[in-house]
Design a protein around this ligand. Structure first.
Ligand SMILES: [Zn+2]
Length: 310
């Protein structure tokens, strides 16, 4: 009896020690995960998880819904993120760069950004067959401000950098499906090398399908520039496009997707009503209107992988 008790006691001691170690390891692992998530959120000026999941739940229940997210009185103000989502819509904004086979295979970074035309055609065909309707950023903005309602299954197509393959490869496919799209132009790089020229830009604008918006003048990382230089890049690109195309340029895509609250402030001061980042997500809100998420479309994706993203 005595030996049995000792054995049970020993067994329990070992068990408790073992369970204790497991719990300890799990706790430490959990803390690391939370820390990593927070670091990522800080890097991309991303809404805090609690608010974001709330936004997802609310937006998924309806394509367009006012959330009235409560102001967070306890916020630490350490992370520069929007604290109030306001009105929220679920609109995937797809982001493309090259629509073509990589003409420079040595530049492997370009593989990822290059979607071959046949794949792009299949993606557009998929969107058409599923009943998606392409909308402009102005329509998206109006929906966020409560002054427009969205079609069923709204989606926004965006193309960065103004490469000439947009005119040669993407534009005919967009015309085929009667899809509208937004092309973000770094104005100082046009008319040379692998970029569009202004005649092609005018022609596409006149079709009524393509809307051009700003992507700065020189495609610099705005986070590395002084406030005045940021304003200069924003103002000049906006003005150049407005002079050539004759309509208000309301949106800016930040080069490399990089921006911060100072950049957002500068963008607002020069008259932009919205900004686009490159962080992933489909929930657009009044709170992230100066740094809207987009879905980067990788050239390597199968159609099934494409369809899974939104
Ligand atoms: Zn770019």
């Amino acid at each position: 009896m005595g030996k049995k008790l000792v054995r049970i006691f020993k067994f329990n001691s070992v068990s408790i020690l073992g369970i204790g170690i497991i719990i300890g390891v799990l706790l430490i692992w959990g803390l690391i995960q939370v820390d990593e998530i927070n670091q990522k959120l800080t890097l991309i000026n991303f809404p805090k998880p609690k608010l974001f999941s709330k936004a997802i739940t609310q937006a998924s229940s309806s394509a367009l819904k006012a959330t009235n997210a409560a102001p967070t009185a306890k916020s630490t103000a350490k992370i520069s993120i929007p604290q109030n989502f306001g009105r929220t819509v679920n609109v995937p904004i797809l982001m493309y760069h090259y629509i073509g086979n990589n003409p420079n295979p040595i530049d492997t970074a370009r593989d990822y950004l290059s979607v071959p035309p046949d794949k792009f055609d299949a993606q557009m065909s998929y969107l058409a067959s599923k009943g998606y309707t392409t909308i402009s950023l102005d329509t998206l903005y109006a929906a966020l401000k409560g002054s427009a309602s969205l079609p069923n299954k709204p989606i926004t197509l965006t193309f960065d950098d103004g490469y000439i393959d947009f005119y040669i490869n993407a534009y005919p496919i967009l015309k085929k499906y009667n899809f509208t799209a937004i092309s973000f132009i770094p104005t100082g790089l046009m008319n040379q090398g692998y970029y569009l020229n202004w005649d092609q830009i005018r022609e596409m604008h006149n079709s009524g399908l393509i809307i051009f918006e700003a992507h700065t003048v020189n495609h610099y990382n705005l986070n590395n520039l002084s406030y005045d230089k940021v304003k200069n890049q924003l103002t000049q690109s906006k003005q150049t496009l407005q002079d050539i195309l004759g309509y208000p340029i309301n949106f800016i895509a930040y080069p490399y997707g990089l921006s911060n609250p100072s950049v957002w402030q500068a963008a607002k001061e020069v008259g932009f009503v919205g900004g686009l980042g490159t962080w992933g997500g489909t929930i657009e809100s009044e709170g992230n209107i100066m740094n809207m998420p987009r879905i980067r479309i990788a050239g390597s994706w199968s159609l099934a992988e494409f369809a899974r993203r939104f």
